[in-house]
Ligand binder design. Structure first.
Ligand code: FAD
Length: 461
């Protein structure tokens, strides 16, 4: 960008800035390298300057300066997104939120925190008071709560509590406009979804209030099975069990487990795996269910026992951490995100498996969607060519499994195949100059001249 970034940094004072090119480049990346396609597209997109505000007032100052200079702005929390959401496609200012990180209030069934608060720290503070987040991502050790709300959708807890977007999971949030004088807007109830999952392109989240649930002594469980079909059937049985609580249910193909060296001394070799979190008081019922489903419980440890054994949280073998464990050993792996027919049907999965080929190793997450248990497949793909990837996607789709593109850096890609005009109407209100992460929306260029009301009307049509 042709802005004078030295003068810009001076105008940002007293906000801390980072101009050292190596550090700016580092903060221009997220986990897009999971995708060989995004890696080619995004690895040379860098911002010009990083600002690190410590308070909402400092954040507002950053936005006012960006507005005055017409500078593109990309928000960044922990930088753990998988689609380049936090990559500055047009250069400009990166605003890192991690110093705006206070936990403000913990009450009956809720927590309020600043957007840059680390999720693990929030959970730790909650545990001390007998609570835990209803839903959190497997990246809690690095990710921020604002980044999760802006970029995430579900996670640990979703098997019982549903998606983030479901009523009551996000109680309220505050967001700043990128205007001459940035204003704070409060979104409550259903209105939180105007900002949630918009990738930071229609407002800057400063504070969130999320639902919490009573903390339980979760036991990290690993059960193994002879066939994937049995594993998946057992996963469904656990996800629906009337007498067993659960915070996580994931099933993993045996070939993927070979990439979990830290579990090698615990798991029976070459068996398919079910990873789950079950409370201590339900362990007898869980063990009985696993035995009935043909499984063997290889590992069952509390958080303290896992720590003593120098093992990670069990959820680091679930969600997109499964993919990460494989990528640590071999960068030629990638993944897909696939929806599955409802209700989950183990026979259907078994019939699909031989059609997919040896370069597709399945991994399913169980979640509650609109009151029903559903599954998402996040398979490991041994990437050869774009053509082969397209062929795998076509096989899934021909069998009734929709693909949510994980290899596209557009908010209209992924699960949201059509433009979200409500998000874009709010973008017009909150970001009239289109400074906030605008290159991530295909539709923005087509609607930016319209009024918020006109854009909103497009949502209806
Ligand atoms: P970032 O990556 O920094 O940002 C994400 C998006 O939010 C970007 O578009 C950014 O511009 C925007 N943003 C950040 N802060 C703000 C703000 N204050 N205001 C407005 N916009 C903002 N996701 C899940 O949903 N569930 C999972 O279980 C899960 N598991 C994962 C496992 C692995 C190994 C990896 C690599 C990713 C996983 N993800 C998961 C995706 C990602 O980790 C989560 O979405 C995460 O919570 C993002 O938080 P972050 O702080 O890293 O956000």
């Amino acid at each position: 960008s042709d802005l004078d970034w030295t003068a810009f940094a001076e105008a940002l004072a007293p906000v801390e800035t980072i101009a050292e090119p190596v550090l700016v480049k580092k903060r221009s990346r997220d986990f897009f390298w999971y995708s060989p396609i995004l890696n080619t597209q995004l690895r040379r997109s860098f911002g010009d300057l990083v600002a690190v505000p410590k308070t909402p007032a400092e954040m507002a100052h950053c936005l006012a300066i960006a507005y005055a200079h017409d500078a593109p702005v990309t928000l960044r929390g922990g930088g753990t997104g998988n689609y380049g959401q936090a990559v500055p496609l047009n250069g400009g200012l990166i605003i890192e939120t991690t110093s705006m990180n206070r936990i403000l209030e913990i009450g009956e069934g809720y927590v309020t925190a600043e957007a840059g608060a680390n999720i693990e720290e929030i959970n730790n503070a909650l545990h001390e008071k007998g609570w835990e987040l209803a839903i959190f991502p497997s990246t809690q050790d690095i990710a921020t709560i604002g980044g999760f709300i802006a970029g995430g959708s579900s996670g640990i807890g979703s098997v019982a509590q549903g998606m983030l977007r479901d009523p009551g999971n996000i109680i309220s949030l505050k967001a700043l406009s990128a205007t001459e004088t940035p204003e704070e807007h409060l979104f409550e109830g259903a209105a939180v979804n105007h900002i949630h999952h918009a990738w930071g392109l229609n407002g800057v989240i400063t504070e969130v209030t999320l639902r919490t649930v009573p903390h339980r002594n979760w036991i990290g469980c690993m059960a193994t099975f002879d066939s994937y079909e049995e594993t998946y059937a057992a996963g469904y049985a656990l996800a629906c069990a009337p007498d067993i609580a659960r915070k996580l249910v994931s099933t993993v193909d045996a070939r993927i487990c070979a990439y979990f060296p830290r579990l090698a001394e615990y798991l029976r070799p070459e068996k398919h795996l079910m990873v789950s979190l079950v409370p201590a008081e339900d362990m007898d019922a869980y063990r009985a269910l696993m035995a009935q489903q043909g499984g063997v419980v290889d590992l069952a440890m509390s958080e303290a026992e896992l720590k003593a054994a120098k093992l990670p949280h069990v959820f680091e073998f679930a969600y997109n951490h499964t993919t990460l464990q494989v990528l640590k050993a071999d960068r030629s792996a990638t993944y897909l995100q696939v929806g599955c027919p409802t209700p989950p049907d183990a026979k259907d999965i078994a019939a699909l498996r031989p059609q997919l080929g040896d370069d597709v190793w399945q991994h399913h997450e169980f979640a509650l969607l609109d009151g029903n248990i559903v599954t998402f497949d996040l398979p490991i793909i041994w990437y050869s060519t774009r053509e082969r990837l397209t062929e795998i996607e076509a096989t899934y789709e021909a069998n009734g499994y929709p693909i949510y593109d994980a290899h596209i850096c557009m908010v209209e890609g992924g699960g949201l195949k059509n433009a979200d005009y409500k998000h874009l109407a709010w973008k017009k209100r909150m970001d009239p100059k289109g400074l906030l992460n605008s290159a991530k929306s295909r539709e923005w260029e087509n609607v930016r001249e319209k009024s918020p009301e006109e854009i909103e009307a497009m949502a209806a049509s």
